[in-house]
Design a protein around this ligand. Structure first.
Ligand code: MG
Length: 295
């Protein structure tokens, strides 16, 4: 087997363990008195620590999908309405078609005084604004409104009303989501239907034509104030107009005002208010109003 001048490759045995191929040596080297025990020692010095390290390395636990499962708290059951526009089981119905018992006149707190007929109610402009008897903080609101088919006027004088998401005082004090006939009726963009009056232009004009019902679905987050009256967190609102997103978590700069910049003044829970606008155009109607309080 061992013929001088020829190269035979044989595995080198080291303590009974065959070394990896990198430790193969030639018989030529062997005949040249290569010191095999030295190779064994070198192999031991290099390979043994690595093997020991591998043996001692902690084995990582196998990830489980259960590690990212959260079971508590379990969301409570809310039975939805029969259709998306119908009040869910936990909603406060602010107008269900019969009466305005949930509303009062915003000036003086007497009866609302708007006209209820055929399952809807209609603005009575001489009576003025109306507001809810109850006060709210954060909520989800559904409200339907209709500009009459015989509407006249233009600009801000055509089918103007308003949903005050929080009424902070008399008149038009509060945070107004504009209601207006914006079907082929140009006005300033931050004053058309779906706008936060004079603060935020709607993301789209989703207006239905006069005589048809429009829907607002609103998520309102009330502002929070510090003890000194400064703003701790601003009011926010998300609005869908006929299913189209028109305000996306808009952060209010303050209450909406007709003249000048918006400002905040501290308040707690507030009523929701509907506007009887003073323009001479034909009055709007409302129906199917419900609200879910958000804790
Ligand atoms: Mg208005």
């Amino acid at each position: 087997m061992c013929r001088t001048g020829r190269r035979y490759v044989v595995p080198v045995s080291c303590g009974g363990n065959v070394l990896s191929p990198v430790w193969y040596i030639s018989t030529t080297a062997m005949t040249n008195r290569f010191h095999v025990p030295a190779a064994c020692l070198l192999a031991t010095l290099l390979v043994a620590p690595l093997a020991a390290q591998q043996a001692q390395a902690p084995t990582a636990p196998k990830p489980s999908p259960k590690e990212t499962e959260v079971w508590e708290p379990e969301p409570r059951v809310v039975t939805p309405g029969s259709t998306p526009d119908a009040a869910p089981a936990d909603a406060i119905v602010l107008f269900g078609g019969q009466n305005l018992d949930e509303w009062v006149n915003a000036k003086g707190g007497g009866p609302a005084g708007w006209t209820v007929a055929d399952g809807v109610f209609t603005v009575n402009k001489p009576v003025g604004n109306i507001q809810t008897k109850r006060s709210f903080s954060n909520y989800q609101l559904h409200i339907e409104w209709r500009v009459p088919a015989n509407i006249t006027g233009k600009d801000q004088g055509r089918g103007n009303s308003g949903l005050f998401l929080a009424s902070t005082g008399g008149g038009d004090a509060g945070y107004e989501l504009q209601i207006l006939d914006s079907y082929n009726n140009r006005t300033y963009a931050n004053g058309q239907a779906g706008s936060i009056y004079k603060q935020a232009i709607p993301l789209a004009n989703a207006m239905r034509k006069p005589g048809e019902w429009n829907v607002y679905d609103v998520i309102w987050t009330a502002p929070v104030f510090n003890a000194d009256g400064s703003v701790k967190s601003s009011a926010r609102v998300t609005v869908l107009h006929n299913g189209v997103l028109v305000q996306n978590n808009y952060e209010f700069k303050g209450e909406t005002v007709y003249i000048g910049p918006p400002t905040y003044k501290a308040h707690g829970a507030t009523p929701i208010k509907l506007q009887a606008h003073g323009d001479p155009s034909e009055p709007l109607s409302f129906r199917n109003i419900w609200l879910r309080e958000l804790k």
